[in-house]
Design a protein around this ligand. Sequence first.
Ligand SMILES: [Fe+2]
Ligand SMILES: [Fe+2]
Length: 210
Amino acid sequence: MRLHPITKLQHEHGNMWRVQVAIRNQLDLLEHGGVPDAVLLANAFYYMRKFPSAVHHPKEDLVFDRLVKIGAPVQDLVKRLHAQHVELYVLEEMLIELALQLPAGRSESRNRMLLLGRQYLATQAEHMQTEEQTVFPQARKHLRSRDWKAIREQAREIEDPMFDGKAPERFQYLYDYMMREVGDEELAAAHATVVPGRKPKSAPAAQARK
Ligand SMILES: [Fe+2]
Ligand SMILES: [Fe+2]
């Protein structure tokens, strides 16, 4: 089935939301004196560092650039979203390192993981909500079929940088591996609270994985 480029971005957000729920569960555990799964945390931040920058953000840029070019009222928002992409990369790099230091049990790395981890989740949530609630609807409203045709063509190159059709699939392996480590029910229950107004059973990630 050929998905609309915005629907594809929304499905990718579905996976990204679920990874954030897994991160939040581990941070909650850490905060309450439990022993978090450092490997899961490191993998989760690694996924968030690699997948969006290689696949998701370049495709968002195709949409954002066209919106700016036609003068849609999103100029300032798009500037802010670009800046947040970079801000998130920096936080993800730091959080991967902190996750790898967690098994050593030093209190300063635990505290820093909690502080930066919470900051990361808040920024990521605000960022994705802005896209889903404002910029994606603006794109659906203002862009025309010739824009979507060009976006689809360029997106194909981003998804298949070596023309082997395997770029998103490689990230999907890591995603599936992580999600096997996280209970589905726990994830579904937490999903509703992380993303206000979303129904856990219709989390888009479940559809995107098929
Ligand atoms: Fe984004
Ligand atoms: Fe996004």
